[in-house]
Write a protein of this length. Structure first.
Ligand code: LLP
Length: 447
């Protein structure tokens, strides 16, 4: 159950990064996202080591959609990872954090004119082009700037991994990329190569997320290499970069058994070498774009237990001060999480309970059926593996302010994202004069 630097101290308190989780909850309030910086850095290093061992010259690109803020950008830059951004907002965050722009990959299936212009103006490393519309738009914008856009073209390889259908992306029927096996796709490569202000460096694919089986990755790799051969044969073009996307799964709960990073890198490395040898192609530079498998297990969310309710003969609800607003994954994908009571981490788990959130929806559950020590109001619940797609998908539903985030590292805790305040919740509200009441005065008084 414990991950990263977690331990349990003599008082039975959960300790993360050398910091007592119960004290963190007291000092910063709850809900609180806690990021185990040593675990995060360790994972980033492990990724780089595994890939440089099995695929020398490869690049590991952190997928910022999993969790992005300026501190994370700094950590990833220090760990020498590249960065995948998917919007002007993510790009802005990276720029403010002074992330090296040549190591930024700009993704997205419908980037706007402004977003593409921003990417060109800041000279991001690669723009991953997703459609004919975007090819033309980018050519126009690059020509107007008298510059060259360095691009990858996104391909959907027609591989369907075994994961939740909402997070499968490599199948033929997808809103992403150019589907393999159609004439259009080869035409897109040809067009990209011929547009004077575009420089085609390589191809990209991403088959989905939270995937455990290496076979899907291997299949996608082989399919992509075969396409490289087809491009060479039909168009005489030698493509030198292949970005294989992200998607490796993590251990949310017992029974989840993701492959190690060594196994993952080895499987991709072997697939590339075999396919390239067979098809007599040079080995391209390989990139991977992990998000969840870098940051997921480094995150823990702390909550305070409030109301406890027994439905006789049915279940016991233990309600906490967060829920689907800070972790929408349970409601969206039926995700399963593990947790413990951070102040009773040594006590025997002998009660079967359901952890409920505080949003006004019956579906707002964090964990259905978990064994915990008897819970009481005021206990601190720690939910594990919440680093990915929690804060980044959090909302203000029910006007809940988004929680703060702290890093813990060698016994020190530091805020990296402030808790939102009630004032933040109405920061963008405007009351047209015809509706003026005492609203403004009230807001001022209540802060
Ligand atoms: N590259 C591309 C092009 C992607 O679309 C994604 C994720 C990644 C890389 C990173 O994938 P990862 O290594 O994190 O699996 N909200 C969902 C996951 C959506 C994933 C979107 N794309 C969830 O919470 O499970």
């Amino acid at each position: 159950m414990l991950r990263g630097t977690m331990a349990i101290d003599a008082r039975g308190h959960l300790v993360i990064g050398g910091c007592d989780a119960v004290k963190l909850a007291q000092d910063y309030g709850t809900p609180l996202y806690v990021l185990d910086e040593a675990a995060l850095r360790e994972r980033a290093r492990e990724y780089r080591q595994a890939f440089s061992r099995y695929l020398p010259g490869s690049e590991v690109i952190y997928a910022g959609k999993a969790l992005l803020n300026t501190a994370i950008c700094r950590i990833m830059a220090e760990e020498n990872l590249a960065l995948d951004v998917v919007s002007g907002g993510e790009l802005y965050t990276a720029l403010v954090a002074a992330f090296p722009t040549e190591k930024i990959y700009f993704h997205g299936n419908n980037k706007s004119r402004q977003e593409l212009a921003m990417a060109l103006d800041h000279r991001v490393g690669r723009i991953v082009v997703d459609s004919f519309y975007e090819l033309k738009l980018l050519q126009e914008l690059a020509a107007a700037r008298n510059t060259v856009a360095n691009i990858l073209v996104r391909i959907t390889p027609g591989v369907e991994p075994n994961t939740h259908s909402y997070i499968q992306t490599g199948q033929f029927d997808s809103k992403f990329g150019f589907p393999l096996g159609t004439k259009d796709t080869l035409a897109a490569i040809e067009a990209a190569d011929q547009m004077p202000n575009l420089r085609l460096w390589g191809l990209h694919c991403h088959i989905g997320s939270q995937i455990f089986g290496l076979e899907s990755f291997v299949t996608a790799t082989k399919v992509m290499v075969r396409f490289l051969a087809e491009i060479k044969e039909s168009l005489g073009l030698e493509i030198m970069e292949l970005d294989l996307g992200g998607g490796l799964g993590i251990r949310y709960h017992d029974g989840n058994e993701p492959p190690s990073l060594g196994e993952y890198a080895k499987a991709l490395g072997e697939a590339i070498c075999e396919s390239c040898t067979e098809l007599e192609l040079p080995i391209p530079k390989i990139m991977v774009e992990p998000g969840r498998s870098i940051v997921g297990e480094a995150g823990t969310t702390l909550y305070t237990v409030g109301s406890i309710k027994d439905i006789p003969g049915v279940r016991r609800y233990v309600a906490v001060d967060g829920g689907m607003a800070d972790n929408p994954r349970v409601t969206l994908y039926q995700a399963v999480y593990e947790a413990c009571l951070a102040n009773k981490a040594k006590d025997e788990p002998k009660e079967l309970v359901t952890i409920a959130g505080k949003c006004c929806e019956s579906g707002d559950m964090l964990i259905k059926d978990i064994m915990l020590p008897p819970a009481e109001p005021g206990d601190v619940l720690a939910v594990f593996a919440t680093g990915a797609y929690n804060y980044s998908m959090a909302s203000n539903y029910n006007h809940l302010p988004r929680p703060a985030m702290v890093t813990v590292y060698k016994g020190m805790s530091e805020i990296i994202v402030e808790r939102e305040s009630y004032v933040d919740l109405i920061r963008l509200d405007r009351v047209p004069p015809r509706l003026t009441t005492s609203t403004e005065t009230l807001a001022g008084k209540l802060t």
